[in-house]
Ligand binder design. Structure first.
Ligand code: NAD
Ligand SMILES: O=C(O)C(=O)C[C@@H](O)[C@H](O)[C@H](O)COP(=O)(O)O
Ligand code: ZN
Length: 359
């Protein structure tokens, strides 16, 4: 194991996020007292899941590998129910653990299975995608999608620890690395503008898993997230800021029947949220324009179908930040100054959509 960075989440249920290489051997220390470990994974991570199972077996645990459908196809109530059946058949008790080896979809599922099994058992995400490392694996939001929308069924259930093994990024498809950079850029706009300077300074290195700048971006984004969730696990205040760009982003994902990558949808959503900030008078034009500029520099999408607005508006209404008939958006009052804007004026919402509507 080379140099490991330990970033702590504090609060009622503290744990550490480890960033480094060759981290699997640390897993047994996170699951002490467990006799069995369910290892959830999707096909692309089969080999790594096997290595995780071997490490657990060597430490005296009985691994129970469970393969689930890849990406969003695995993030469903039906797949969760199959996992519960497998835990039941194996006699999982409250001292046993669930491990998720994969990107954000698998770790969201694994966390939800752990949150719901016997009303909550320990779990550990072994995060394999950039998006998972900088966002999904950290903070304890777990859940699945349903036809009505994204992550509508879930629970806050913090993990026992998080492993972000940078070696795993070597096999991550380039497009999925980009998806993760959308959430990194989000962190740049809401809290840490140095992230934006780094990406703009060297966009190619920012998307290269072997480049030191990527590790710096990973650690900076994790620190943004850990600071927020340490203060507000259940999203009763500042945690809403982590949802910047997600109101439209989740509506696009629903409209695409979850076939778009989350990070790509968030990329379009960030440009939309910046425009809402600009036209509502809170954000200066230059900072708003910086959103599409930095995302395009990376090759992320910043537009969506012009004719989709009539489907997107109702989909946005089921956003978790909405209250009754009022939509609430995260907007910036300036760089790294997020706030909440309640909007009931559909005209303003439609006007902002012009900034992302594809020609
Ligand atoms: N819980 C949270 O706080 C939170 C935060 C952000 C996003 N999310 C959720 O995370 C999900 C998106 O995560 P994602 O971008 O990782 O997508 P994903 O989990 O669907 O993974 C994308 C693809 O990359 C593959 N993959 C992952 N790691 C790999 C590796 N090392 N080598 C080869 N292939 C690999 C996966 O198998 C999949 O095909 C969404 O469901 C989103 O809602 C949750
Ligand atoms: O951790 C959070 O809080 C976030 O909002 C981070 C988001 O990037 C993430 O996509 C999250 O899953 C969205 O949560 P949701 O509550 O809007 O489903
Ligand atoms: Zn997200």
């Amino acid at each position: 194991m080379d140099d490991v960075t330990r970033i702590s989440v504090t609060g009622d249920r503290p744990y550490d996020v480890l960033v480094g290489r060759g981290l699997f051997d640390t897993l047994p220390t996170l699951v002490e007292g467990a006799a069995r470990a369910a290892v959830l994974y999707a096909a692309p991570l089969k080999q790594h899941a096997g290595q995780v199972a071997d490490v657990l077996a060597a430490a005296g645990l009985r691994p129970l590998p469970i393969e689930v459908p890849d990406a969003e196809a695995g993030k469903s109530v039906e797949v969760a129910a199959r996992c519960w059946d497998e835990l039941g058949a194996a006699g999982f008790t409250r001292t046993d653990v669930v491990i998720g080896v994969g990107g954000g979809a698998v770790t969201d599922l694994a966390g939800f299975v752990a949150a719901s099994w016997l009303r909550g058992v320990r779990w550990v995400p072994v995060s394999s995608s950039l998006l998972g490392m900088v966002d999904a694996a950290v903070g304890g939001k777990t859940g699945v999608n349903i036809a009505a929308g994204k992550n509508l069924v879930g629970a806050f259930h913090p993990p026992a620890g998080v492993l972000c093994d940078l070696d795993l990024l070597a096999t991550l498809p380039a497009d999925d690395l980009l998806a993760g950079l959308a959430e990194v850029v989000k962190c740049g706009f809401i809290a840490d503008p140095v992230i934006l300077d780094l990406v703009e300074g060297d966009p190619a290195a920012s998307a290269d898993p072997a480049a030191p700048v990527l590790r710096e971006l990973v650690e900076r984004a994790i620190r943004v997230k850990t600071e927020v969730v340490s203060a507000d696990l259940r999203e009763s205040g500042p945690r809403e800021f982590l949802n910047y760009g997600h109101t439209l982003g989740h509506a696009i994902e629903k409209n695409e029947r979850f076939r778009w990558r989350h990070g790509h949808a968030v990329s379009v959503g960030l440009v939309y949220a910046a425009e809402l900030g600009r036209i509502s008078g809170s954000l200066d034009a230059a900072t708003a324009a910086r959103h599409s500029a930095v995302l395009q520099l990376l090759g992320l999408p910043t537009t969506y179908r012009a004719d989709a607005w009539d489907e997107l508006l109702p989909a946005m209404r089921i956003d978790k930040k909405a209250r009754a008939d009022t939509l609430r958006f995260v907007v910036l009052d300036g760089l790294a100054k997020p706030g909440i804007l309640s909007i009931s004026d559909e005209g303003m919402l439609a006007q902002a959509y012009l900034a992302v509507a594809a020609a």
